[in-house]
Design a protein around this ligand. Sequence first.
Ligand code: FAD
Length: 580
Amino acid sequence: MSGYRFYERASRAYYGRPHFYKLLAVCTVSGGGLVVAYGEAARSTAFAEAANDNNSIKKKKVVVLGTGWAGTSFLKSLKNPSYEVQVVSPRNYFAFTPLLPSVTNGTVEARSIVEPVRKIVGKKKYDAEFKEAECYKIDTQNKKVHCRSITHQSHLGGSEDFTVDYDYLVIAMGARVNTFNTPGVAEHAHFLKEIEDAQRIRRTVIDCFERASLPSLSNEERKRILHFVVVGGGPTGVEFSAELHEFVTHDLAKLYPTLMEHVKITLLEATDHILNMFDKRITEFAEKKFGRDGINLKFGSMVTKVTEKDISIKERSSGQNVNIPYGMVVWSTGIATRPVVMDFMKQIGQTNRRVLATDEWLRVEGCDDIYALGDCATINQRKIMEDIAAIFVKADKKGTGRLKVDDFEEVINDIVERYPQLEIYLKKQQLKDFVQLLKNKHGDKELDIEKFKAALSEVDSQMKNLPATAQVAAQQGNYLADCFNRMEVCEKYPEGPLRFRGTGRHRFRPFRYRHLGQFAPLGGEQTAAQLPGDWVSIGYSTQWLWYSIYASKQVSWRTRTSVVSDWLRRFVFGRDSSRI
Ligand code: FAD
């Protein structure tokens, strides 16, 4: 079993147990994986039996769109052989995106962080086929997706159109870069989203240095060419700036010593701080460190235009428009919905939204057999207040309209399961459970629906959208595969939380995100981490934690070995600056 799987399983296993397990999960990660026991054997046997029962039944067609974090973790965790799986993606590989910034300077080679999809699905027990193509239309009426093959070599023929039928559709197409329609960005800026982007950036940095070495250039032109501008102070922009700074000061400085006085790295951020989603201590540390490193941080800077040689910004403090000459711009300001997903949203009536909405079971709202996960979708979390009357009625078995606090004991688990915001609220209020919340507010007195509403009135304020991260996408892929694995078993033995809106129980528990922490590599062998329980860890030891976790999370032993050997090679020989 790969370390990646181990990690994901561990992540699912340890949540909800005492802090010790969380620590164990984080601290025992090493190149090989985790030493965390996880008993899934009973469940595996159950679905294997169910699959055997169904051998004679026609296999259900599952179409998976996308081979990123969400699609790949779904494919890796799907075990039930009673499906016929078709995978469609313009990329015939999975890419480990958190290491993309390390590819831009050659710390890690591109091939070390990719794994062919055919290799991933080839080891599976279910029937799977891969098509290197992009889906350009989803036809819900006829249950088919329209695809167009990707042509990399024109002499092999033009692109082909074809359709694929589905019984279940899994949309995991990720998102596109958001340029906010800023003029010139698409034409002149570099993005950092795909492997090719990282390779292009690496080549451009070298190009800039080689060009700046030519004797005919003026110093002003040299300064322009060696000005590297990063737009966006989120985790990707910050990590890329740190990696670039490392490359320049550790490796290129030895090869181009006379150019160093002209080199400048500027990070433009529209708000007042970088790494806004992190704890304040991390933000402060990062800003101070970048200051010491000489990375020029410009806050309150809105980019208005990018031309071939200049980037125009509007400074919030002065209200002035400023033109900054540059040699390379890297745009890293967030993501937007892909056109094909927008078109699908129109088709199913989700017209007033920016992102495709699913329910908590990852099912696209309004479509029974279509699921969406990862960056292309968001969960439309149900508010507890929408179901408050139904919850009360469920607890009020005698129908008196008045209940004692203890009468809620029976529905407690279902409520906590169904509305994650309740658990967050209870944690914030330092309460043991929902009954304690009611007791604190009303003692042992009987409650009517109005008092019940009042006690829970602030719970929904804790609802927030899940972040667009690999962690969320991978957990969603695993969760959905688990649901597909148990589809037949669950039909026989329904389980899961009550559906307060209707009768009976839902077949599966809703998806629940387990946050395992977040890293922000800052260069100079220093990393900041925000771990569960709001622990903050910054420095050299955190960098080693980062190395071990990222090694363990690799998708295969080949990529794990390649990444670790790339790191070792870099320690011993430095980074290579050949322009290939
Ligand atoms: P993706 O991984 O983007 O995959 C989308 C897939 O859909 C791709 O295979 C694509 O080829 C395919 N596709 C696209 N269009 C079509 C189409 N029309 N038809 C069919 N298939 C299509 N997250 C973290 O948690 N930690 C990190 O440290 C981190 N670092 C990051 C660093 C960088 C540089 C970047 C860019 C992202 C980082 N992320 C990180 C975010 C993380 O990569 C994304 O949240 C994650 O990739 C989302 O997974 P996904 O499967 O939804 O989409």
